[in-house]
Design a protein around this ligand. Structure first.
Ligand code: CAO
Length: 423
């Protein structure tokens, strides 16, 4: 049994933010029916393709464990099928541009009429306000949610991060909203609207920077490089390079090898200072009042990390990891995607999984990062476009053969559904 067994999701999502959410719900056991436009499907099927004419990794890595049906929701018969889907599902998840579902004729009011238990969950770029009608992609959210202004080095431009905090981050927020609404429905019997705005999601993940914005009113941010370098502060929370966002100073220092990822992130906690200085052959700094306390080190953190780097450059990042952990010093090697893909412990836990696909062959994906002891997640390949159209029409929605024929002839499910079913 899976945690969300019996929950059926009408998955109207595309690109990344919404699909991340419904993929997680599928891994928790929900029956996820992805509705795609006939002949076209989710735009990511064809984006950033590495192999000709097969679903891209972009799509396959975001749509595991789902069913796909093709349905033209602007066709009158298609609308009727959609209505039956709304009746039969517990949750509708969508991340269309603002107003798209209303334009299809499925406003929140109408959905409640059809199915008062329906949870209607949306990702949008912005919440209510001046920008609510705007379309948004990942980096727009990173910029408008406060992440970009606080990422990068003090003398460089704002930077976006490679982690998809706008898309996948908001998908995670939405998934939590959905299971919370499902939990509340047990008591109330009613569905509700769930909204996760990408700007809000990014700001939530960047909340320590709003903390620092407020701290600035009461003095300099002493753990930021600007303090030590003397370059100073304005009235806006600046970019902190690789400085730690927490109370303990940290920095990425070089290790042996000289490659782009031959670095390790080291943290100087007060008890670790003596151990570092022993390893670096600088025993004289252990008790020197100019260096011995966190306060004394604050205005020369760059020099502290330079001393440590001199030592780390004599070892590779994994050796440094081993030596520092033995003396209880937290640190983290900078791991490349190549190294992560080959990491046996991530394969063993199912965090990185190899999946077989009928047209693409084998590929790697990231499995469910949330592990439930009573609801293990097996990763299944993503569906082909329209692969489950006939199955959903007959088994989920209960249409008869004649009705299905009529739906096919109306053009509501397109051609692909029948050709896939005929294979
Ligand atoms: N049958 C018929 N029509 C369909 C359909 C179907 N099965 N599925 C979608 N459509 C239609 C929609 O109804 C819409 O039509 P109208 O514009 O006439 O109302 C049209 O397809 C386009 O949908 P869209 O507006 O969502 O797509 P877009 O390419 O214009 O915008 C995006 C894409 C991502 C910018 C926009 O959806 C958006 O801002 N979403 C919310 C924020 C979000 O999730 N962004 C993250 C994306 S991942 O980086």
């Amino acid at each position: 049994m899976k945690a969300l067994d019996g929950i059926r999701i009408l998955d109207f999502t595309h690109v990344q933010s919404g699909p991340t959410c419904t993929q997680l719900l599928a891994w928790f056991g929900a029956d996820v029916i992805k509705v795609e436009r006939p002949g076209v499907g989710d735009i990511t099927r064809g984006q950033l393709r590495d192999l000709p004419d097969v679903d891209s990794l972009y799509f396959t890595m975001l749509n595991a464990n789902k069913k796909s049906i093709t349905l033209d929701t602007k066709n009158e018969d298609g609308k009727r099928v959609l209505e039956r889907l709304v009746k039969s599902c517990d949750v509708l998840v969508e991340n269309f541009a603002p107003g798209a579902l209303d334009r299809m004729g499925f406003s929140w009011e109408r959905i409640q009429e059809i199915n008062p238990r329906m949870i209607y969950a949306s990702v949008k770029g912005f919440g209510p306000g001046p920008y609510e009608d705007c379309k948004v992609y990942e980096n727009v959210a990173q910029c408008t949610g406060g992440s970009a202004s606080t990422t990068g080095f003090e003398d460089g431009p704002p930077l976006v991060t490679g982690s998809q905090i706008g898309d996948s981050g908001t998908g995670l927020h939405l998934a939590l909203g959905i299971v919370t609404a499902l939990f509340q429905r047990v008591t109330t019997g009613r569905g509700q609207r769930v909204l996760a705005a990408m700007q809000d999601g990014v700001l939530n993940l960047a909340r320590v920077k709003l903390r620092d914005q407020q701290r600035l009113q009461h003095g300099p941010l002493k753990e930021y490089p600007q303090y030590g370098s003397g370059s100073g502060f304005t009235d806006e929370c600046p970019r902190a390079g690789n400085a730690s966002g927490g109370g303990q100073p940290g920095w990425a220092v070089k290790t042996k090898g000289g490659g782009p990822n031959d670095y390790i992130y080291v943290i100087i906690q007060p008890p670790g200072w003596a151990e570092y200085m022993k390893l670096c052959g600088r025993d004289e700094l252990i008790d020197d009042p100019e260096w011995a306390t966190p306060e004394a080190r604050l205005h020369k953190l760059d020099k502290c990390f330079a001393i440590i780097e001199e030592w780390t450059m004599t070892k590779d990042k994994f050796e440094v990891m081993e030596i520092l952990n033995k003396v209880n010093i937290p640190c983290g090697p900078i791991l490349s995607m190549k190294e992560l893909a080959a990491e046996p412990s991530l394969r063993a836990t199912g965090t990185i999984v190899e999946v077989d696909h009928p047209t693409r062959g084998k590929y790697l994906t990231v499995g469910n990062p949330i592990k439930l002891s009573d609801s293990p997640a097996e990763v299944e390949r993503s569906p082909l476009l329209g692969e489950h159209t006939l199955e959903v029409l007959s088994e989920v929605l209960g249409y008869s053969e004649e009705e299905i024929d009529a739906i096919r002839q109306s053009g509501a499910v397109g051609k692909i559904a029948s050709s896939v079913a005929a294979e």
